[in-house]
Design a binder for this molecule. Structure first.
Ligand code: 7GP
Length: 819
């Protein structure tokens, strides 16, 4: 059916009166509220529905365009999409922000305030999930047919409360009032099988065929969330799967007359998409997690293939029509799943099926930390996915045979690259499966990719020399600059025009402005306003007064030992000691801000949170340092908090142990918002230094190679302790209960990990150069013109870190969908 366009409610999104009419209509007819007795949330939902309406038309147009262009589709499979709030971003992307602001003013409402009532979609842990969200924004902005597939969790990331200085996790029921952005699709429903067993059946042509039978099934139901690109022309789709009980299941028990049992089983299978696992750096090996992985992979592949088969194509065309990106190994069971579908359901011969599979998939690695690399016990795999295990064995057998032929006699090699780890009770190494089953494997920064090739995947780099590529991460300038920092965005647009929003390299034109005193003054005024705004939020929410004129020194990211929040604290304590010793003349007043969640079972990280809060308390009560030093822990760090804090940062703490942070993306967000980085030569810091110039960044600490060498020679933690009095003093204060008089040995485990357990993260080794570097920071800050100049140059040279550049690289070098 074709619909005449004049039937649409809003024909011109710039026409204020039609927007207003639509808004009130939504309030009455969709929310069912009388405008005279509405709450803010009702208005938010009404507004969100109007905006979604605008997106929906564009979404349909985009889908039609892709179909007519017969464009190759890119599917981004990810267990996590850390999207954040959508209202402000959607309005800016479709260019109707100011219009809606006026409409709301007309009814006595403030758009910014209303936007605060939106629950944020926190369907991710941290970097990996936020990267997926930035890439969706870029795919749509670049007009690429790129679609996300993930899980519709009822509970996303937990919310963090701080009680008596300790982290307390609370479930976050983000769907409590419903999600106005999503379209539930009860008609898009797929069956996902689990357990059962595999039988071999004779085939007419004499070939062996396998059938997976007697399975326990769960249904996957789709929810669609529109993803608007900038300019509003293209709207893509994020499809999230929710688990629903299968009818068969219920019927069986109903027929047996066991009603309660049937309902129980139903709830059980729907638990599958209940909760996001809140740990990103240790692999837990839990059955439910593997089920989640296969659940969303199976539904996504069925959906992808259904769309592909619409035109009755031959499967050999799949790699020309479809690219599937695996966001870490979490979706890598997609490799045996596609093989299973091709082999068992469509009788494609193995070699053809394998060629199709490898050419379709590619895999992004996000971490080198051994404890984060996914492995599953063969036993669990066999129980849940028996046919997949068979296929993995066959993939492995063929691969190892080939390796054996190419590298005869190297038994060690065979053992090391096998998908099955035979040593620790037989486990499936998902990274090996992902590498073998993909045509490209990418690291997320130059150093990370180099280390990947030379350390954990060294053998694979030898076997597949062309398979490994580096694509440095990026961030979307729409959310992280245009939306989060309206003041700076305005100044930039006034100076170089609006083109930077989709072509961030244009920021380079600001470099010349760094030398102009008037521009520096305006730039400083923006930063100062942002700092004041953050200070007022902190005052309002935490009842803590911070000095907006002090240096804002910020470390916001997940709490993890390798990110070394503890090193930051050792600087804080040292600074405190120097101030108390009367050495304040060289020091600028500082506010040190921390924010981040610890995985619920990660005791060391949680203890660091407590230490930050204990230190904050002691310093806050000490009048001798009043006005000179303050420590704030911002609870419940999430995307919305990040958007508030990033614009106010002056010193960006990126101080991970060299070789351990794959890339980092907060480092990019802060630089583009005019902060100067203090960091190690790790992850993308190295590339930030290259771009902004070594004079405009503070680099300290050992390199990955130096640490390696140091470890080989034997790391002597005590030497650092005895050799540096200030370090010794700071550690002694922590270990003797200076910050925890109520429980003197509260922090013993932290001190033990440094002095007695080998200081795995080289905090002691980097302390001295970190302190020296922080002294330089103070010196520079005293010269505010030079500081501002460097800050402007950070903005000017951060354009390369746009996720548009990153996605273009994926399109050209991996997906073969050049733009
Ligand atoms: C993170 C990395 O730690 C961070 O360095 C990187 O910038 C980000 O991914 C995006 O590539 N990793 C995760 O968030 C994660 O969950 C475990 O890694 C697989």
């Amino acid at each position: 059916m074709t619909v005449p366009e004049d039937i649409y409610e809003i024909t011109n999104p710039k026409d204020i009166s039609s927007l207003k009419r639509a808004l009130v209509n939504r309030l009455i007819y969709s929310i069912g509220k009388d405008p005279v007795e509405t709450q803010e949330r009702d208005w938010f939902f009404a507004l969100a529905y109007v905006v979604r309406d605008l997106l929906t038309l564009r979404w349909m147009e985009s889908m039609r365009r892709y179909y007519l262009q017969d464009a190759k589709r890119v599917y981004y499979l990810s267990m996590e999409f850390l999207i954040g709030r959508a209202l402000g971003n959607s309005l800016l992307n479709i260019g109707c922000y100011d219009e809606f602001k006026l409409v709301l003013e007309d009814v006595g409402l403030d758009l910014e305030e209303l936007a605060e009532t939106e629950e944020e979609a926190a369907l991710g842990n941290g970097g990996l999930g936020r990267l997926a969200a930035c890439y969706l924004d870029s795919l749509a902005t670049l007009r690429l047919p790129g679609f996300g597939y993930g899980i519709h969790y009822d509970y996303g990331m937990f919310s963090q409360r701080i009680e008596d200085g300790y982290q307390i996790e609370h479930p976050e029921n983000w769907l409590r009032y419903g999600n106005p952005w999503e379209f539930p699709r009860p008609d898009v429903l797929y069956r996902v099988q689990f357990r059962g067993h595999v039988v071999e059946c004779p085939n007419a042509d004499g070939k062996r065929r396998y059938r997976w039978i007697d399975t326990e099934d769960v249904m996957a139901m789709a929810y669609d969330i529109p993803v608007p690109g900038y300019g509003g022309e293209t709207v893509n789709n994020l499809r999230l799967w929710a688990a629903k009980a299968s009818r068969d299941f219920e019927l069986k028990y109903f027929n047996e007359g066991n009603y309660i049992k049937a309902v129980e089983e139903k709830t059980q299978s729907e638990n599958l998409s209940k909760v996001l696992y809140p740990d990103d750096t240790t692999q837990m090996g839990r059955e439910l997690r593997l089920k989640q992985e296969y659940f969303f992979v199976s539904a996504s592949l069925q959906d992808i293939l259904k769309k592909f088969r619409i035109d009755q194509r031959d499967f050999s065309d799949l790699p020309q029509e479809v690219a599937i990106q695996l966001n870490d190994t979490h979706p890598s069971v997609a490799i045996p799943e596609l093989m299973r579908i091709l082999l068992d359901e469509h009788q494609v011969p193995w070699d053809d099926a394998w060629a199709i599979t490898v050419r379709t998939f590619s895999y992004t690695n996000h971490t080198l930390l051994p404890e984060a690399l996914e492995v599953w016990s063969v036993r669990l795999f066999e129980e849940l996915l028996p046919r997949h295990l068979q296929i993995i064995y066959e993939i492995n057998h063929r691969f190892l045979t080939e390796v054996g032929e190419r590298f005869p006699g190297d038994m060690g090699l065979i053992q090391r690259v096998s998908i099955i780890d035979e040593e620790r009770g037989k486990r499936v190494r998902m990274a090996h499966l992902a590498i073998i089953g993909s045509h490209k494997v990418n690291g997320v920064a130059a150093l990370h990719t180099r280390l990947m090739r030379t350390t954990i995947f060294r053998d694979f780099a030898r076997i597949f020399p062309d398979r490994f590529v580096s694509i440095t991460n990026g961030i979307t300038p729409r959310r992280w600059l245009n939306q989060a920092n309206r003041g700076l965005a305005k100044l930039i647009t006034e100076t170089i025009g609006p083109g930077w929003v989709t072509d961030l390299e244009r920021l380079r034109q600001l470099a010349a402005m760094a030398d102009e005193a008037e521009f520096r003054a305006r730039f400083r005024a923006v930063k100062s306003a942002n700092k004041q705004h953050l200070a007022s939020l902190i005052a309002k929410r935490l009842n803590i007064g911070i000095d907006p004129a002090s240096l804002f020194d910020v470390q916001i990211k997940r709490m993890h030992e390798y990110k070394r929040q503890l090193l930051n604290l050792l600087h804080v304590i040292t600074r405190y000691n120097r101030l108390r010793a009367g050495l304040s003349q060289d020091m600028v007043p500082r506010t040190v801000i921390f924010g981040g969640k610890a995985a619920p079972g990660y005791h060391a990280a949680k203890l660091v949170i407590k230490l930050i809060n204990d230190v904050s308390k002691v310093i806050g009560r000490d009048s001798t340092v009043a006005g000179l030093l303050k420590v704030v822990f911002v609870p419940d760090y999430n995307v919305s908090r990040a958007m508030e804090i990033m614009p106010a940062v002056e010193l960006s703490e990126q101080i991970s142990t060299a070789g351990m942070e794959a890339s980092g993306t907060g480092n990019m967000k802060m630089a583009v918002n005019g902060a100067i980085t203090i960091g190690t030569l790790d992850g993308a810091n190295i590339e930030i230094r290259e771009k902004v110039g070594e004079k405009n960044i503070f680099i300290f600490g050992h390199t990955a190679e130096q640490l390696d060498e140091m470890r080989r020679g034997g790391y002597d933690a005590w030497r650092f302790y005895y050799d540096n009095e200030e370090l010794k003093l700071a550690l002694d204060m922590i270990s003797t209960g200076y910050f925890s008089p109520d429980e003197q040995d509260r922090f013993k485990p932290l001190i033990d990990s440094l002095l007695r357990e080998g200081d795995r993260f080289a905090i002691l080794a980097d302390y001295e150069s970190y302190i020296a570097c922080q002294e330089e920071v103070d010196r520079l800050y005293l010269d505010s013109e030079t500081w501002t100049r460097k800050a402007i140059l950070n903005v000017a040279h951060s354009g390369w870190f746009s996720s548009d550049r990153a996605v273009r690289e994926y399109a050209e070098r991996i997906w073969n969908t050049p733009i």
